[in-house]
Design a protein around this ligand. Structure first.
Ligand code: BYC
Length: 479
């Protein structure tokens, strides 16, 4: 990496070429990153040309350049949203003070933790998705998973930039550790639960990008108003890319539902619980889709941390991590005298309890996430309406299948009724996909690599990427 043209190799708006210390740190880290990408990133296809979007600048012209590129040669860049002159801290005890350009010493440990946790999720998701290229239902979908992967790689770079630029030697060590932990590893797992789950099939991938990437959106939105300006500007730019990941997820599930509805209509199948009737035609039955929603949604709710959290209160009070759309909220943005309604288990039932608002920051973000997910369900349910099928998918209750927070110690049904452990275990196959269901999904994962063709369990998308035609060769398989 010596004697390189940094602006060409690493698109950046942080004046990398003249920051010797940062350049040295990045030069030491870059070969380790590429080694990680080659060994832990997508399996196969590394030397094929993929039609990818690259961000080379932060303006409307620069942030989405499309073209063929081999993944290891992708131009991962360091891009921050433009600086807003005169921005002040929008919340917490420092409200109204100018935002910090340097690292505020008193909050060093808190910020380091937030950056490391955020950074850890990015390579984790690439690791979780590494085998998917091999079973892609089309070249369009294969390109999309690779696009998501390279952008998660770029989000890792974004956090590594903050660590190396502002946290000295500790930051450089943390940047290395981000490449050492591995999703699902028994000894050195990724930090947060959902990022150690497997993503073995494409329905799981679409659910993950619908729900778990949406947690990414919520968390990045709350960091995008941080009083520490470098974090705010970095995460604000990351959000532009996150939108496409959620699009891939939402439309992916929608296309699976559509295909199943088409088969049900065609063959006059009206009972959604009759798995075998639809499975005979090689599509995924609606009850299994609902069970996959139940799993991915509940595991993602855990990512918000405990509903009542001192960590979250401290980061809010310090002006480091706000709420969703913080500037638009109509209150004093300090919350010292406010309360917030939080669902808790009281007398064996889920009840709403008014709780000091400062300690309920995670609960509120979780509520905003749930609202956003409800909108997705509405869109999915429109597919049934358009096929005149009397069915709807729903989100399970927030207490269902939780391992973190208020409901971690209870057994709740998908409707939020608290039951005994024995009853829950007896009924769990009603709510979560069984081994046999998962095996069935896996059995469908046969690759379809002819341009313009789609595996039989998923409908074609409505439009191509960047306006490309239906038979466009998104990945050039003849290397
Ligand atoms: N699994 O007070 P608590 C994304 C730990 S996704 C395991 O309850 P807090 C993406 C917690 O670390 C967004 N451990 O929670 C999506 C703490 O441990 P320590 C990622 C967990 O701190 C798709 C202890 O429990 N970004 O970008 O208020 C693809 C008590 O913590 C879990 C962020 O999350 C869990 N689920 O909130 C690619 C933003 N939950 O430190 C990318 C940064 C909690 O006491 N992170 N713990 O040993 C945060 O803001 C907060 O750390 C959390 C937790 C929201 C995660």
């Amino acid at each position: 990496m010596s004697e390189v043209d940094y602006a060409a190799l690493i698109p950046n708006n942080v004046d990398l070429a003249s920051d010797e210390r940062l350049k040295r740190a990045l030069e030491a880290w870059y070969p380790k990153y590429i080694n990680w990408w080659r060994t832990m990133g997508p399996v196969g296809f590394q030397d094929y040309e993929v039609y990818l979007r690259t961000a080379v600048g932060v303006d409307s012209e620069g942030w989405a350049k499309f073209g063929y590129v081999k993944m290891p040669e992708y131009r991962w860049g360091i891009l921050l949203a433009p600086k807003e002159e005169g921005r002040t801290i929008a919340f917490g005890q420092h409200k109204g003070e100018p935002v910090w350009q340097d690292l505020p010493g008193e909050y060093r440990a808190m910020l380091r933790r937030l950056v490391v946790i955020q950074g850890d999720t990015e390579p984790a998701s690439v690791e979780q998705q590494r085998f998917l290229g091999q079973t892609a239902p089309s070249l369009y979908d294969m390109r999309n998973v690779f696009q998501v992967n390279v952008e998660e790689g770029r989000h890792l770079w974004a956090m590594v930039y903050l660590l190396q630029k502002y946290f000295g030697r500790d930051g450089r060590e943390e940047a290395e550790d981000l490449l050492m932990r591995t999703s699902g590893d028994a000894d050195k797992p990724r930090i947060l639960g959902a990022f150690n789950e497997a993503t073995p099939d494409w329905l799981s991938f679409f659910m993950f990008t619908t729900f778990t990437d949406r947690d990414g959106k919520m968390q990045l939105e709350s960091l995008a108003n941080s009083g520490w300006d470098p974090l705010a500007r970095t995460t604000r730019f990351m959000l532009t890319e996150e939108g496409h990941h959620m699009f891939v997820g939402r439309t992916g599930v929608e296309r699976v539902i559509q295909r199943t509805c088409e088969i049900m209509k065609e063959h006059g199948i009206t009972d959604p619980a009759d798995k075998e009737a639809v499975r005979k035609f090689g599509v995924i039955d609606l009850a299994t889709i609902q069970r996959k929603i139940n799993f991915h949604y509940s595991v993602t709710l855990d990512l918000f941390g405990a509903e009542i959290s001192t960590n979250a209160a401290n980061s809010f009070n310090a002006g480091l991590k706000g709420r969703f759309h913080e500037p638009q909220i109509d209150d004093d943005h300090q919350l010292e005298n406010d309360t917030y309604p939080v669902a808790q288990v009281v007398d064996g039932k889920v009840q709403i309890v008014d709780t000091p608002a400062l300690s309920a920051i995670n609960a509120r973000l979780c509520d905003d996430f749930i609202d956003d997910c409800e909108k997705v369900m509405k869109r999915w349910n429109r597919v049934f309406q358009s096929h005149e099928l009397d069915y709807s998918l729903t989100l399970p209750h927030r207490a269902f299948h939780r391992a973190v927070g208020e409901f971690a110690d209870v057994y709740a049904t998908d409707k939020g009724e608290i039951v005994s452990e024995t009853e829950w275990n007896e009924r769990k196959d009603d709510w979560l996909a069984s081994e046999a269901d998962l095996e069935y999904i896996l059995s469908l994962m046969q690759p379809e690599m002819t341009p313009g063709k789609y595996a039989k369990w998923i409908a074609a998308p409505r439009a191509g990427i960047n306006g490309q035609p239906g038979d466009f060769e998104y990945v050039k398989l003849a290397a």
